[in-house]
Design a protein around this ligand. Structure first.
Ligand SMILES: C[S@@+](CC[C@H](N)C(=O)[O-])C[C@H]1O[C@@H](n2cnc3c(N)ncnc32)[C@H](O)[C@@H]1O
Length: 224
């Protein structure tokens, strides 16, 4: 479903309302330096991992808005021969992203639920830190919807949290942050994204790499 009238789901209102639905705070958070800080200085490296999977001319689907200049960098990479299609379920995020991309004709932004099947196929589906912010049943639905959208020869790229190594110095702090602010994130420490996809994982070649002592993962599912 793609409509600016989509209902904002309760998990988003109750857990992340302050971050994504409050105009003054959202405008303040929507900066690359903030994203870089939240990701302990790894944002650009992780964006680079997504960009490495994108070619000029590609059709890229991004199921949710990302603060900072992630979408601008993806749009720049696909160029005017390509297309970047961004969706978000929150009208405020749709507005912010539209404004950020207004001068890039290859970018299109609309309201949509990442869990809903999407008719258009994409060469690259770029799911950047969305899964850890949604309830577990939605992780399954979103992962499946993302895979279903991948065109033959294309790929889905998931960048998200991952269980850090046993002695990672930030592990106790991240656990507390998850308990306090990110109640759906723990699952990313327990399950592989491939397993979350279930039977939908079949027919894809999967590869995974981790960064920053295992705190982050980049999982690529390439349609065989
Ligand atoms: C991509 S995630 C996290 C990104 C990361 N924290 C950042 O901005 O740097 C944040 C976005 O996901 C959106 N979102 C949450 N659930 C969604 C859903 N079911 N469909 C589409 N967008 C969704 C939120 O509205 C928010 O704009």
């Amino acid at each position: 479903m793609t409509s600016d009238a989509l209902r904002v789901p309760s998990y988003l209102r109750d857990v992340y309302g302050w971050a994504y639905l409050t105009p003054s705070l959202a405008r303040w958070l929507d900066r690359q330096v903030v994203v870089q800080t939240i990701l302990w200085g790894n944002a650009q490296r992780l964006i680079g991992d997504v960009l490495a999977e994108v070619k000029p001319g590609d059709r890229v689907f991004q199921p949710a808005a990302v603060y900072g200049d992630f979408s601008r960098q993806v749009a720049a990479k696909v160029g005017t021969d390509g297309k970047l299609d961004v969706r978000d379920i929150a009208p405020l995020q749709v507005d912010l992203t539209r404004r950020k991309l207004a001068d890039l004709p290859q970018a299109h932004v609309a309201c949509g639920d990442a869990a809903d099947p999407h008719a258009q196929q994409a060469d690259v589906v770029a799911c950047f830190f969305l899964l850890h912010e949604v309830p577990d049943d939605l992780k399954v639905r979103i992962t499946r919807a993302m895979l279903a959208q991948v065109a033959p020869g294309g790929r889905a790229v998931f960048v998200d949290y991952h269980r850090p190594g046993r002695f990672h110095p930030l592990k106790p702090l991240m656990r507390r942050i998850f308990d306090w602010l990110e109640p759906f994130a723990q699952r990313m420490w327990q399950s592989e994204i491939r397993d979350i996809a279930g039977p939908a994982a079949t027919g894809f070649r999967w590869r995974k790499r981790t960064r920053f002592g295992g705190l982050y993962q980049i999982v690529v599912a390439e349609r065989a």
